[in-house]
Ligand binder design. Structure first.
Ligand code: ADE
Length: 248
């Protein structure tokens, strides 16, 4: 996969791209990440990239030309690839695991990171997606792009040593992940559940599924609406709902 990040602050990406799993994916040539500083395409002596809004109002807007020129430079360097051009925008579609999975199947992702108040509207004509990290406003799109790159790259084939671990993650299955334990079997009076120690894989799977369901019911009941519940799941949920009513 190829990734281009169009940003005024390319050094911000040193941390996330230079460590751990993403670093290894780059070293193994599973993903190639280029940073394009669109300041170089700014106008005039000062390479101006922003300007005041027509019609008045506070703040500065990113001018269209530097971002169009940055995109042209990427298209010239990589004329053949099919590109997904993703604008970082707090007013965009909220990012989620399904989107990370979709992005991980693409050939070439281009992340456009704004800073300052906003974008000249015409920039939207060169993008395929407008995506938000969440319902809050960051100082720029860089942190959002870093999160999206991280969540996408870990899903690429051969990136995670243990493929099964991506499939059982919270959000991949549609439920939150069940609790995990490692040695010691008892710590400060807190014991590992017996079921995990007896080697009965059928019972362990049943326990893990029930714990995932319970955790999702407690913390993220909204996720259950889009999960295909079995009859047994529905019975458990009805029981927990009854218990919750009794303790009210
Ligand atoms: N830029 C500023 N805030 C943002 C957000 N929440 N998501 C994506 N880009 C942003």
């Amino acid at each position: 996969m190829k990734i281009d990040v169009v940003t005024l602050f390319p050094e911000m990406f040193d941390g996330p791209l230079g460590h751990s799993i993403v670093k290894r994916a780059i070293e193994k040539d599973i993903v190639e990440v280029n940073r394009v500083n669109f300041r170089q395409f700014g106008k005039g002596k000062h390479h101006q990239v922003d300007d005041t809004p027509y019609g008045g109002g506070a703040g500065m807007l990113l001018k269209p030309e530097p971002l169009f020129d940055a995109m042209d430079s990427i298209n010239e360097r990589e004329p053949e690839t099919k590109k997904r051009v993703i604008l970082m925008d707090p007013a965009g579609k909220p990012f989620n695991q399904a989107m990370a999975e979709e992005f991980s199947k693409e050939e070439h992702l281009v992340f456009l990171c704004g800073h300052y108040e906003g974008y000249d509207e015409r920039i939207r004509s060169i993008v395929t997606d407008e995506v938000s990290l969440g319902d809050y406003v960051l100082t720029g799109g860089e942190l959002a792009a870093m999160v999206m790159i991280d969540a996408t790259v870990r899903l690429l084939p051969e990136v995670l040593g243990n493929v099964a671990s991506a499939q059982t993650d919270s959000h991949s299955s549609g439920l939150l992940e069940h609790p995990h334990y490692t040695r010691p079997a008892e710590y400060k009076g807190m014991k590992v559940p017996d079921v995990l120690m007896n080697g009965n894989h059928g019972l362990i799977e049943e326990w893990r599924h029930k714990e995932s369901l319970k955790r999702t019911f407690d913390r993220r009941p909204d996720m259950l609406a889009s999960y295909a519940l079995s009859d047994q799941d529905k019975k458990l949920i009805a029981e927990w709902e009854r218990e919750a009513e009794e303790t009210e």
